[in-house]
Design a protein around this ligand. Structure first.
Ligand code: NAD
Ligand code: TDX
Length: 354
């Protein structure tokens, strides 16, 4: 196997930590350098099992800080960058969009510029891990393909769309070898409990109301995080330069149906009477500009790279619930003061519509 030095950004976050672990174990001849600012969403506790592996390094730093990026590229000669670092939560982007612009847009530009200077037309791949939200919102029919026009509608999705455009422009103009993937909602262990599933698991466990926005009729496509990681591995190694690949679970759920399924699993795991957890469901004020539906046409990645999701939703959801119930220490460590403030700010203003 060829020796390689790969910079993974955002490797202490949810998807990043699964990706870093996967690469460190599967590719012992690669050195994986994890650059992460350790925001509220970054957690080195996600990576304790690999922190002493010989092919793993951690660097704390901010991609929006140009000098920090220049220093890093002065220290290491990277063969590739897999870029995941981002502000990732739509609700936070609505209440505070500025950090989304700094990290997702300016940070991505800083990385691209560093690669342009370091690689000077030589080999080097820049892989941007992006979201299906760049395509906007679907009605009840249809799927996002790689040719769907961009139509981002939240500060988060607009910042990710901007960064996708920057990546393509740097590829086109400076000849950098780039690939992009746009993926639907991930779920699994280590996801920060601001996102719907871990938030609901935690609230049900604590017998607190489970906030469902609007009428719960919005639809999302859900993919187990390890299936996303497998797709990133394939696209990184075999994706064609300049191309985009959509990644999804072919697994659409209305939010309310998803929460009811989760409640049934929680009743079982917590030995509650059937329907007890569902009694916690609380319909609250909707998210501003809430996209109705996301759904992905995965035929390109399936036919070209032979990828498809391997974990069924029922199994993935049960594994996720079991992980959160078995990792109380992890959960307690992220439910700190910052989280309490966030929760109060986000949810106190949402009326219960029951
Ligand atoms: P996350 O919020 O769990 O993790 C983000 C990580 O980036 C954290 O470790 C954080 O510390 C780090 N980070 C944030 N700002 C930084 C900065 N300025 N400099 C360096 N590091 C910084 O996010 P996630 O859910 O793991 O998502 C990872 C990537 O995948 C993001 O780019 C996101 O847009 C994309 N994505 C996520 C999903 C999803 O469902 N979670 C779906 C599709 C695409
Ligand atoms: O308390 C809640 N109640 C609720 O009804 C929360 C947090 C969410 N929701 C709804 C909003 C969405 O329709 O559940 C759905 C999922 O919400 P999130 O977990 O916030 O994810 P979403 O907004 O769909 O975006 C996610 O998928 C795409 C990730 O956060 C993005 O980073 C990714 O790009």
């Amino acid at each position: 196997m060829q020796e390689k030095k790969i910079l993974v950004t955002g490797g202490a976050g949810f998807i990043g930590s699964h990706l870093v672990r996967h690469f460190v174990h599967k590719y012992p001849d690669y050195t994986i350098v994890n650059l992460d600012k350790l925001t509220y969403a970054g957690n080195l506790g996600n990576l304790t099992d690999i922190e002493n592996m010989p092919n793993y390094r951690f660097e704390k730093g901010d991609i929006a800080d140009k000098e920090c990026i220049e220093r890093l590229f002065g220290t290491y000669r990277f063969d590739a960058v897999i870029h995941l670092a981002a502000e990732s939560h739509v609700d936070r982007s609505i209440t505070g969009p500025d950090t989304f612009i700094m990290t997702n847009v300016v940070g991505t530009a800083n990385l691209l510029n560093a690669c342009r200077k370091a690689w000077k037309g030589q080999e080097g791949r820049f892989y941007h891990v992006s979201t299906d939200e760049v395509y906007g919102s679907l009605g009840m029919e249809g799927l996002f393909t790689e040719r769907t026009p961009y139509d981002p509608r939240s500060p988060y999705s607009a910042s990710k769309a901007s960064s996708d455009h920057l990546v393509r422009a740097w590829g086109h103009t400076y000849g950098i070898d780039i690939v992009i993937s746009n993926c639907s909602n991930n779920y699994g262990p280590n996801q920060f409990p601001e996102k719907l599933l871990p938030l609901a698991i935690n609230n049900i466990k604590q017998n607190k109301p489970v906030p469902v926005y609007g009428k719960g009729e919005n639809v999302r496509d859900w993919l187990f995080v390890e299936d996303h990681v497998a797709a990133i591995d394939l696209i990184y190694h075999r994706g064609k330069s300049g191309e985009t690949y959509n990644v999804g679970g072919k697994n659409e759920w209305r939010n309310i149906d998803l929460i009811k399924l989760l409640c049934r699993i929680m009743d079982d795991r917590l030995e509650r009477r059937p329907g007890e957890s569902a009694g916690l469901i609380s319909f609250v004020t909707d998210r501003a500009g809430h996209d109705l539906r996301y759904a992905i046409d995965t035929s390109k990645i399936e036919s070209v790279l032979g990828w498809e999701p391997s974990v069924t939703f029922e199994k993935g959801l049960e594994m996720t619930v079991d992980w959160y119930l078995a990792n109380e220490g992890w959960l307690a460590s992220v439910l700190s003061g910052e989280y309490e403030n966030y929760y109060r700010e986000q949810y106190e203003q949402r009326d219960d519509k029951r």
